[in-house]
Design a protein around this ligand. Structure first.
Ligand code: ADP
Length: 273
């Protein structure tokens, strides 16, 4: 089954303004982990907001787990597709971690006992079970983002979209978030759409999609996209230094695989000598 499906979707923010997204066709399979890459203004956020009904298309249809988004289906769609945004400080609403995680679940009117169970599940899923009574303001950026993810998970979504949710974090915080979503995808079977600027993060996905000016311009296995360095540059996407080195070594005739991990690259090179 398709988790998210865009059929000829067009959208613009104002009546007379140009379309930001035009006749876009795109889908994500249930259980898939898709990374969306693209420079600023390429339409990634707009796509995320269309996928969970925060924005409504001007033409075409968005389907979420087989249901076409409309005024009548929005509520369920938002429960099925959770979105985590960029700034952790804008997403926390309560002072104490467990109250914050419970907020969304309380808003949909779940019974107390069920909310308690969901807080346990969600905090465990993001590795924050020891912070249940902690003050949100005292947490690191990565921990706050994990609490934000837990709040989304408490609604038991079938898919989670992370809209640049690692952009404001330090490398350690980014690693924490990527580890959590990879685990949610592999162990809980939750569909993941990870919108990111970081090629390293995209490498962990089943499929990488590159957006430019509201269009999907490249898609495929992350390792394959990675090998198309010149094309990436035309879309203002740079490979990290280690990726450039990896591609140079291959051009020089070394039979190595694509990797952005220094240790893995060292191993690949060691196999060749
Ligand atoms: P990305 O997430 O890739 O940075 P966005 O989806 O945020 O891209 O933006 C796509 C285009 O839509 C850009 O040209 C941006 O200026 C425009 N845009 C985004 N949000 C709004 C808004 N609220 N009102 C008007 N234009 C917007």
């Amino acid at each position: 089954m398709k988790a998210i499906e865009f059929e000829n979707v067009s959208f613009r923010y104002e009546d007379e303004s140009p379309f930001v997204i035009e006749k876009l066709n795109f889908s994500v399979e249930e259980g898939e982990f898709v990374a969306i890459l693209g420079h600023n203004g390429s339409g990634k956020s707009t796509l995320a907001r269309l996928a969970n009904g925060l924005l409504i298309p001007d033409a075409g249809a968005v389907r979420v787990f087989g249901v076409t988004l409309s005024d009548k289906t929005l509520f369920d769609a938002r429960r099925n597709v959770g979105v985590v945004f960029q700034n952790p400080d804008n997403q926390t609403v309560a002072t104490i971690v467990e109250d914050d995680v419970a907020f969304g679940a309380e808003n949909v009117g779940l019974p107390r006992e069920e909310i308690g169970k969901r807080i346990d599940f969600a905090l465990h899923a993001v590795g924050m079970e020891n912070f249940r009574g902690a003050t949100v303001a005292r947490l690191s950026g990565g921990q706050k983002q994990r609490v934000a993810i837990a709040g989304v998970l408490a609604l038991k979504p079938r898919a989670v979209i992370l809209d640049e949710s690692t952009a404001m974090l330090d490398p350690r915080g980014r690693r924490e978030i990527v580890d959590v979503v990879t685990r949610l995808n592999k162990e809980e079977g939750i569909t993941v759409v990870l919108i990111t600027h970081f090629m390293e993060e995209a490498m962990l996905a089943d499929r990488a999609v590159v957006m430019n000016r509201g269009e999907i311009v490249m898609q495929g296995k992350p390792e394959e996209i990675f090998g198309r360095q010149e094309e990436l540059i035309t879309y203002n996407l740079a490979l990290p230094r280690i990726g450039v080195i990896c591609n140079r070594l291959k051009e020089a005739g070394m039979p190595i695989g694509n990797t952005l991990d220094a240790d893995a690259l060292a191993e690949e090179i060691a196999k060749c000598v």
